[in-house]
Ligand binder design. Structure first.
Ligand code: AMP
Ligand code: MG
Length: 342
């Protein structure tokens, strides 16, 4: 299969691919997605094949407006409408009870479905033109860092899907925040582009799933299927070095080897001579770090580095999502040096 690169103007062609049961790379504000008609089970199954995605890891249904919620979900709590009103279109996925018309291929047999309205004009136009909800996970091969540019998606998916719509680099850069609204207390299943603090303003108390902060112990059952898989990993092993940035920079300098990659804050980029360095933004600018983190993880794959160290932001705001992606890329291999003056 020859994977076509479409432009922002090719809305009709993109929608036609979806309606014909094809696979389409779509730009969103979070990361690029691999979309198919979410009501067509065969098309949805091909997403799993193209990605090499485990069969029990469900997909998010993308819709152009909150008014579509009723078509695919039931027992929708008022909180869902309050969140949609405030944060859609945007980087928030809500897990709700599903209706029977949502194929098992999307939900992997769960009686819930994750739904989101993405904030990208091109993809919103494609969704409206196609007239169907689009099931889409991130557009990477399973286990790899998520794509934040069309070129990343082409690296992973060339020859495996019908087309990719180039909508430019993603503005947010990490996936959506996922909140489960089917439990008595809303539960954060994945930190993402919408900070937890913003959700709390609307929902009050939110339970943070344990898997967000630490690895599952062997035999432990995850709340959301996606949580149990290794994720976002570049080819070389990653160690996250958490804590005060001066301290972490010094630790990385001391422990670096001959072919070492370093993911660091801009202020420290000059401090690792002999290393391959990816600066992801100023230490205080978590939005910049979110935009760059996946690209930085991908960048080492073309090099001969055999180990990667990463400085890591604290958990406030978007830091929770950036730190989560780095820690998952590291398989939770973390050196924590603590906060405060070194
Ligand atoms: P993705 O963003 O790459 O790769 O995948 C979508 C994410 O949404 C995965 O982590 C899924 O586990 C999660 N997800 C989708 N639907 C549900 C659901 N019904 N319940 C819990 N998590 C879900
Ligand atoms: Mg993914």
């Amino acid at each position: 299969m020859n994977t076509k690169l479409l432009s922002e103007k090719d809305i009709a062609a993109a929608a036609a691919i979806l309606r014909a049961g094809g696979l389409l790379g779509i730009p969103t504000e979070t990361v690029y997605g691999l979309g198919a008609d979410g009501l067509n089970s065969d098309a949805v199954r091909r997403i799993f094949l193209a990605k090499g995605r485990p069969q029990d890891n469900p997909l998010i249904l993308h819709i152009p407006e909150a008014a579509w919620l009723e078509r695919f979900c039931r027992n929708i709590p008022p909180a869902a409408y309050a969140l949609a009103e405030r944060f859609w279109p945007g980087p928030l996925t809500m897990v709700l009870r599903r209706r029977e018309n949502v194929p098992n291929a999307v939900t992997c047999g769960l009686d819930t479905v994750g739904v989101r309205c993405p904030d990208h004009p091109v993809t919103l136009a494609i969704l409206r033109a196609a007239g169907v909800p689009v099931a889409a996970p991130s557009g990477n091969r399973s286990g790899r860092p998520s794509p934040t540019r069309a070129s990343h998606m082409l690296e992973d998916m060339a020859g495996r899907i019908d087309a990719i719509v180039d909508g430019g680099p993603c503005g947010v850069g990490v996936e959506s925040t996922i909140v489960d609204l089917t439990a008595p207390i809303p539960r954060l299943l994945r930190p993402g582009g919408l900070p937890l603090e913003r959700l709390e303003e609307v929902l009050g108390e939110i339970a943070v799933d344990k898997a967000v902060l630490s690895p599952l112990s062997p035999g432990e059952k995850p709340r959301a299927p996606g949580m149990k898989y290794r994720h976002y990993a570049p080819k070389a092993p990653v160690t996250v070095v958490a804590g005060d940035a001066l301290r972490t920079a010094r630790y990385i300098r001391k422990n670096r080897g001959e072919y070492t990659g370093v993911i660091c804050f801009d202020e420290y980029a000059g401090q690792f001579p002999g290393c391959a360095v990816e600066a992801i933004g100023p230490a205080g600018d978590k939005a910049a770090q979110a935009r760059r983190v996946f690209e930085a993880l991908r960048a080492f794959d073309g090099t001969d580095v055999t180990a990667i160290f990463a400085q890591c932001p604290g958990d406030a705001g978007l830091g929770l999502a950036v730190a989560n992606r780095l820690k998952k890329a590291a398989g939770f291999q973390i050196v924590d040096l603590g906060e405060g003056e070194p």
